[in-house]
Ligand binder design. Structure first.
Ligand code: COA
Length: 396
């Protein structure tokens, strides 16, 4: 693998504004209104007017299939009052938001633009559950997976079964992940689910794809989130507590799971994490907390290993140790994660950065991580064909 540690962006980049809607079922708000609400909140947080935005990058996985609306970034820019400045949409399945953040980062880091609005939005609940499953399956290999009836719960069930077989990971250990994430979600005012659950609840919930049950799955959610980026040297003009992007990294793997080297690992996570650690000069031990992609409970456990927080095969031990709880050595998914905070797919990557910024500013209330200095966000598209890792810090 190449060494990224020598590659330096032309300019450092800071986040000076954040905004988010509550996640959940929004019967009374359209896609445009959700994106507009998140964008307006971010502009307000950065204390800037829409006219000051020079570029808008919007992540949206499937507005066309969920609500019949393509060309989302154009719509959001118009609704937010950013015209005639350019806007563009990014799509990388559930990592669409993080890819938007990377494009915004590269635009500011390169010197092309000074003030960039980045957002992510998705409205998933206007269609039936069956249609949502089929739209999401559009991010799989159509010919080799979806056509044969495979769905995302099905893919992640493969990973869970294989991990249990190879490493002796138990069903109970996997169930502890949504229990922790619902506990954290109960402390998050913008979470989709704010109820606490037990391991018995998870193991007793309806079977979705063996061994994964309803309470192992992230929900179908509506929501939007937004952030404002500027060059680090100008950050104090906008915010008293800017948060710096220390690394933005991304990697790719096959769309099909059967082409993978090993299905108990997402290699794209390993590659993106290595790049992020090299670019930031940090190691997994330096990271104080993380938001990781728990679209299904097993994926959080695998992420512990792939991101270097646990040795291979020991993700189950890490969740049992309590180290990933708020107050533990490395709190994971303090927001409630995709499981409890919700997973409006195009918004998720930006929502993870929103939580990192709240934590690093010391504004996370009852979820606050003590002495938070370095936070990592891990966002997966599909079953691991695209993975994005960001590292943020309150120190430049
Ligand atoms: N966690 C907890 N509760 C959930 C839930 C979830 N993931 N999904 C639905 N529910 C609840 C609903 O709130 C509802 O509760 P109520 O009866 O008290 O109102 C009940 O379960 C039934 O909801 P419904 O919408 O009919 O569920 P469903 O069976 O259609 O969908 C899943 C359940 C798990 C199939 C769906 O949430 C899903 O597909 N999740 C995965 C999404 C996904 O793949 N994302 C991309 C990842 S790569």
């Amino acid at each position: 693998m190449m060494d990224f540690s020598k590659l330096k962006p032309a300019r450092d980049v800071a986040i000076v504004g954040i905004g988010s809607t509550e996640f959940g079922e929004h019967w009374n708000k359209s896609l445009r209104e959700l994106a507009g609400e998140a964008g307006s909140k971010a502009l307000h947080d950065a204390k800037i007017d829409p006219e000051e935005i020079q570029l808008l990058v919007g992540g949206n996985m499937s507005g066309g299939m969920f609500v019949g609306q393509e060309h989302g970034a154009g719509l959001f820019a118009d609704y937010l009052g950013i015209n005639p400045k350019p806007s563009m949409r990014t799509e990388a399945a559930c990592a669409s938001g993080s890819v938007a953040a990377r494009v915004g980062f590269m635009a500011v880091a390169s010197g092309m633009y000074d003030v960039v609005a980045v957002g992510g939005a998705e409205k998933m609940t206007d269609v039936s559950g069956e249609t949502a499953t089929s739209v999401l399956a559009g991010a799989m290999d159509q010919e080799n997976e979806a056509f044969h009836g495979l769905t995302f719960p099905g893919v992640y069930a493969f990973l869970a079964n294989r991990h249990m077989h190879e490493y002796g990971t138990t069903r109970e250990q996997i169930a502890m992940i949504p229990v922790k994430n619902h506990k954290n979600g109960s402390l998050n005012p913008i979470a989709h689910f704010k109820n606490k659950i037990t391991v018995a609840d998870v193991l007793g919930s309806a079977l979705v794809s063996d061994p994964l049950r309803l309470l192992d799955c992230s929900p179908i959610s509506d929501g939007a989130a937004s952030i404002i980026m500027v060059p680090a040297e100008k950050a104090k003009d906008y915010s008293d507590n800017p948060i710096y992007i220390r690394a933005s990294a991304q990697a790719s793997d096959s769309l099909t799971v059967h082409d993978r080297r090993d299905i108990t690992t997402l290699d794209a996570t390993v590659w993106a994490a290595k790049e992020a650690y090299q670019r930031s000069g940090l190691t997994p031990k330096d990271i104080n907390f993380a938001e990781v992609h728990d679209c299904f409970s097993i994926n959080e456990l695998i992420a512990y290993e792939d991101l270097g927080f646990a040795k291979k095969g020991e993700g189950g031990k890490l969740i049992e140790s309590g180290d990933v709880e708020i107050g533990g050595r490395i709190p994971i998914n303090t927001s409630g994660g995709l499981k409890a905070k919700g997973h409006p797919v195009g918004a998720t990557g930006i929502a993870q950065l929103y939580e990192l910024v709240e934590q690093l500013r010391g504004e996370a209330g009852k979820r606050q991580v003590d002495n938070a200095r370095y936070g990592l966000a891990h966002n997966v598209g599909g079953s691991g064909a695209t993975v994005v890792v960001h590292i943020l810090s309150n120190e430049r």
